[in-house]
Design a protein around this ligand. Structure first.
Ligand SMILES: CC(C)[C@H](C(=O)O)[C@@H](O)C(=O)O
Ligand code: SF4
Length: 468
């Protein structure tokens, strides 16, 4: 019987399955950061256990690390304690790789795994972090877990799971100029809603997805969780294999050849059945901007802020009214007329080299608008930073009045010094626009890196296609 990619990944990792479908799944890669690991390490210690397979662990500090003045260390005592606790725990138990605060390879966990070849096709990848879905770009079964599951995986190398339903989201055609993986992700969420993927594992397919780089695929899979799915993935092709060649933890020599032969099987078979299929046309996807407090509250750049009065469903209407009030917006306002205070280019959604190149292409030779108080560019890792500097991207940003920072989660969420002040409005390349996400009272509009850059230059949202 033809199998979906999900069927294959699932089948390859089932250790035991009960009659009701509850299964024990083997975990290949365990990514660890400072926020969700302390209690897990503590629990292990109290039970007198050691991690089952230390070589599955890849750890880094990201959420609580500052993005400037590294020589001054971490000023906030709670953040410092979290990072120091991770340090002590990993130094005690060990790991395949650990990139601590200030290490050249430190960065956001979902950026450093793939770029070092620690995320490989066919793996089960978990992390105490919802955006673990990012790693699905490599045809992995990758999803976030809670702190008690972090402990469970460390102790047993397994997780109790039930198989999800399967959804195929097919994007056929060619994306237009200035339209990126981020716009595809937001357009999908706009179409199916933030609950659209609930209960499903999503496979992204179609010619437009195959046309995306690994960076674009990671952006897309990163946001599968915002569409309600636990995970999203893309089949292996030449793009996947070329990306992984010669990465530090990628297999080498004969093992590489064997691995590639296996990886090439990681796609849905012809005629495989999905529980649900959603189709989008690439040509119809425009640069997207969110206007509300949920990623599904999104419209194309040429649109206006929706009018709750036109919404028939009273629950939805109330949600829209509340969102508009929080966002300080009026119905029917042109998106292009919304002025911004800050720009954030970064996060595990959009802080990879290609994202920075796309933003730099817009910024090059231009100046940040006077009303924009701060435009932050935060590379996803030390390696991304080094690469960007080798290409001179940092100079382009700095010359335009943007700030070039050290890697970390930064202003994606208010867990470190980078945040919005109450009422400030931000064009952000991150993945969540919930109330207070970037700081209490802060107003987040999710966009692509090119669109964030364009907003930083114009001082308000602008269509990047008019600039490129
Ligand atoms: C801190 C962490 C647990 C959290 C997550 O799970 O996603 C964070 O990364 C986020 O993006 O909100
Ligand atoms: S960059 Fe943002 S979304 Fe990604 S792991 Fe960090 S806080 Fe979570």
């Amino acid at each position: 019987m033809p199998q979906t990619l999900y069927d294959k990944l699932w089948q390859n990792h089932v250790v035991h399955e009960e009659a009701d479908g509850t299964a024990l799944i083997y975990i290949d890669r365990h990514l660890v950061h400072e926020v969700t690991s302390p209690q897990a390490f503590e629990g292990l210690k109290l039970a007198g256990r050691k991690p089952w397979r230390v070589s599955s662990i890849v750890a880094t500090a990201d959420h609580n690390t500052p993005t400037d003045h590294w020589e001054e260390g971490i000023k906030d005592p709670i953040s410092r304690q979290q990072v120091e606790t991770l340090d002590a725990n990993i130094r005690e138990v060990g790991a395949l790789a650990y990139w601590p605060f200030k290490d050249m390879r430190q960065g956001i966990v979902h950026v450093v795994g793939p770029e070092n070849g620690a995320t490989l096709p066919g793996m089960t990848v978990v992390c105490g972090d919802s955006h673990t879905s990012t790693h699905g770009a490599f045809a992995c079964m990758a999803h976030g877990i809670g702190t008690s599951e972090v402990e469970h995986v460390m102790a047993t190398q397994c997780l109790i799971q039930k198989k999800s339903k399967s959804m195929l989201i097919r994007v056929e055609g060619k994306l237009g100029k200035g339209v990126t993986g981020k716009d595809v992700a937001l357009a999908i969420i706009g179409k199916i809603g933030t609950a659209g993927g609930t209960g499903y594992a999503i496979e992204f397919g179609g010619s437009a997805i195959r046309g995306l780089s690994m960076e674009g695929r990671m952006t897309l899979c990163n946001m599968a969780i915002e569409a309600g799915a636990r995970m999203g993935f893309v089949a292996v092709d030449d793009t996947t294999i070329n990306y992984l060649k010669d990465r530090p933890f990628s297999p080498k020599g004969e093992t590489w050849d064997k691995a590639v032969a296996y990886w090439r099987t990681l796609k849905s078979d012809e005629g495989a059945c999905f529980d649900c299929t959603v189709d989008l046309k690439a040509e119809e996807i425009q640069p997207q901007v969110t206007w509300g407090t949920s990623p599904e509250m999104v419209v194309p750049i040429g649109a206006t802020v929706p009018d709750p009065a036109k919404e028939a469903d009273p629950v939805k209407r109330e949600g829209m009214e509340r969102a508009l009030q929080y966002m300080g917006l009026t119905p029917n306002l042109e998106i292009k007329k919304i002025a911004i205070d800050k720009v954030f280019i970064g996060s595990c959604t959009n802080s990879r080299i290609e994202d920075l190149r796309e933003a730099a292409a817009v910024v090059r030779g231009r100046q940040k608008a006077a009303n924009v108080k701060l435009a932050l560019v935060v590379p996803g890792s030390g390696l991304v930073k080094r690469q960007a500097e080798a290409e001179g991207l940092d100079k382009i940003f700095v010359a335009a009045g943007f700030e070039w920072r050290e890697p970390g989660c930064s202003m994606c969420l208010a867990m470190n010094a980078d945040r919005l002040e109450p009422g400030e409005r931000c064009a952000s390349t991150s993945n969540r626009n919930f109330e207070g996400r970037q700081g209490p009272g802060g107003r987040t509009h999710l966009v692509s890196p090119a669109m964030a850059a364009a907003a930083g230059i114009a001082g308000h949202f602008a269509d990047v296609r008019d600039i490129l």
